[in-house]
Design a protein around this ligand. Structure first.
Ligand code: NAP
Length: 541
């Protein structure tokens, strides 16, 4: 295939991250002439861009990897229980080479727009270089956390020092030795980055708007022979993973949270029992109560207990208090860390609690807050993502009757059917769209199922002479209502929670919890039911 070859594809995949690579392999195996359009220079998606110091996955390597190919899972060698970013990037390159995927990937090719041609029942996909490619099917493997959320702080451009963004970290080494560094953002990214930067910088100032709940975690290299033993049992490991609600059966922050729900309620625990919980379980013990996810009062009690556990690690009482969260535990994606709280005992680390006075502006020499000015040589922005919908709303997607996807999602809400398809946009499959189980699970388990469902669906359409499939608005509404009912009794929808889960982290974004929380097996059962009923909720033509 040459790069000027623009017509006659059976499927166009957008993005060459985890989802796009598998979609290409799967559709090609089915005999579809498939091309992947990728704006970056290589495979990897979000794992290519988020190469900041300390970046690593929070699911075990043997589960945060493709299960569809026994060769790749047997051949690839993970070195640690939870992989660092360079190892995941190398793994995705290995898969691309091993499955000979690169010949159908066009790098440096950014998709800017796509329009459904109703007469021809196909998509016209436009690129930044001015090419138009056509295919009946588009699989948007554009990523759930791929579009950075710009922090929108006044004066950012005026800073005379080094400005760094975790979500587009430079490829070359960044030496922060001897520098006064400021970090804005204490989500999963900031919590991973801060302990590593603290070891390099002359001084680190952490600008914290919302303290994180973060679970201390041991990550270790595999012992001799351990990985081989795991690989020998891969069939069982994958089976257990697929049957687990969060798509990861081994120990992870998700499985710990799941276990928390099985514990006795905090509201009826005596003070002695509460103290025993933190004596024995530390930070995790503070949160391990069955009622915290469903009862906001219990959740607030757990937050206080959490603060007590933090104060046992952080020596300065004012800093410990500032590090204690007030938003509900569980309403944001869980975080794990290696030595986060211990970092605040270092002489070269200062915490600025922005709840006491926010950032006013970035100045040429640092950051001005209502509490004072901080002179800095470098500022690192770890301010998160326009998640779930961000990537697709940055492409001008026009469906039936001129309908715009970005307009629909911003006016009606981030609706999709089964977390895969949006009514009005025939033959467009979005991997991990709103309503997918991905946010509350292992992304790789969720995306493998999506890709397989999409592949099977396209095969069914072609085998049965259908040229289009389209979600029906009623089915879409019912799916969204169902997802909303599932989270209604939980703290996930508490109004004080601003999270990428609900769009509350992006000013002006329509607020709605965007995941499916009944677990992967139940989700799979419902998807199977839809298929068994002849693609119920879809119109096939
Ligand atoms: P995030 O969880 O959305 O955190 C962003 C942080 O930036 C928050 O502390 C936020 O404060 C702060 N912030 C944003 N704008 C700000 C502003 N203008 N002024 C001050 N503070 C500001 O984003 P993230 O840390 O990148 O993580 C996002 C997701 O990526 C995670 O939930 C996870 O799914 C994934 N991730 C995973 C890993 C891993 O596998 N271990 C690592 C990194 C990321 P507020 O909370 O007050 O808005």
């Amino acid at each position: 295939m040459t790069t000027s070859d623009t017509a006659g594809f059976d499927a166009i995949v957008i993005g060459a991250g985890f989802s796009g690579l598998y979609a290409l392999h799967r559709l090609r195996e089915q005999g579809l002439r498939t091309v992947v359009l990728e704006k970056a220079e290589n495979v990897g998606g979000t794992w290519l861009f988020n190469r900041y110091p300390g970046a690593r996955c929070d699911i075990e390597s043997i589960e945060y990897s493709y299960s569809f190919s026994d060769e790749t899972q047997q051949e690839w060698v993970w070195t640690e229980t939870m992989p660092r970013q360079p190892e995941i990037e190398a793994y995705l390159n290995f898969v691309a080479d091993r499955l000979d995927l690169r010949r159908d990937i066009r790098f440096h090719t950014e998709v800017t727009g796509m329009t459904f041609d109703e007469a021809a029942s196909r998509w016209e996909v436009r690129t930044a270089a001015g090419d138009t490619l056509t295919a009946p099917f588009v699989v948007a493997a554009t990523g759930i956390l791929s579009v950075p959320k710009e922090p929108e702080i006044a004066g950012m451009d005026t800073f005379g020092g080094l400005s760094l963004f975790t979500s587009r970290w430079p490829k070359h080494d960044v030496d922060l030795t001897g520098k006064r560094v400021g970090v804005i953002g204490t989500g999963s990214t900031g919590v991973q980055l801060i302990p590593v930067v603290a070891q390099q910088a002359e001084h680190l100032t952490v600008f914290q708007r919302s303290p994180a709940y973060t679970l201390p975690w041991e990550v270790r290299p595999f012992d001799d022979g351990e990985l081989d033993e795991l690989k020998a049992n891969y069939a069982e490991i994958r089976a257990a993973q697929r049957e687990h609600a969060v798509g990861a059966a081994r120990l992870s922050a998700f499985s710990v949270m799941f276990e928390m729900m099985t514990k006795p309620p905090l509201k009826s625990a005596s003070r002695e029992e509460q103290l025993r919980a933190i004596d024995e379980g530390g930070i995790i013990g503070a949160l391990s109560w069955g009622d915290v996810f469903f009862d906001i009062e219990a959740n607030q009690m757990a937050a206080k207990l959490y603060g007590e556990a933090v104060a046992r690690i952080v020596e300065d009482p004012a800093t410990a208090a500032a590090l204690t969260p007030t938003h509900p535990f569980g309403c944001k994606r869980p975080i794990i860390d290696q030595g986060y709280y211990q970092t605040f005992n270092r002489d070269n680390v200062t915490l600025v609690d922005l709840r006491k006075g926010p950032i006013v502006e970035v100045t040429p020499t640092g950051i001005r807050t209502e509490q004072g000015d901080y002179e800095l040589d470098a500022i690192i922005y770890a301010t998160g993502f326009d998640a779930m919908t961000g990537a697709m709303t940055r492409i001008s997607v026009t469906g039936r009757d001129g309908m715009s996807l970005a307009d629909f999602w911003s006016t009606e809400g981030p609706y999709a059917y089964l977390g895969i398809a949006v009514a009005g946009f025939p033959n467009l499959f979005i991997v991990q769209a709103p309503g997918s189980p991905a946010p509350a699970s292992n992304f790789v388990t969720a995306l493998e199922h999506h890709v397989e469902w999409i592949g099977d669906c396209i095969e069914y359409l072609r085998a049965n002479g259908y040229s289009t499939i389209e979600a029906l608005p009623d089915a879409q509404r019912e799916w969204i209502e169902h997802t909303a009912e599932l989270v209604a009794p939980t703290v996930l929808v508490h109004p004080t929670c601003n999270s990428w889960y609900n769009g509350g982290n992006v000013p002006g974004k329509k607020r709605m919890y965007m995941g499916y929380t009944a677990g992967i097996p139940e989700y799979r059962r419902r998807c199977d039911e839809v298929v068994d009923a002849g693609y119920a909720g879809f119109k096939l033509a």
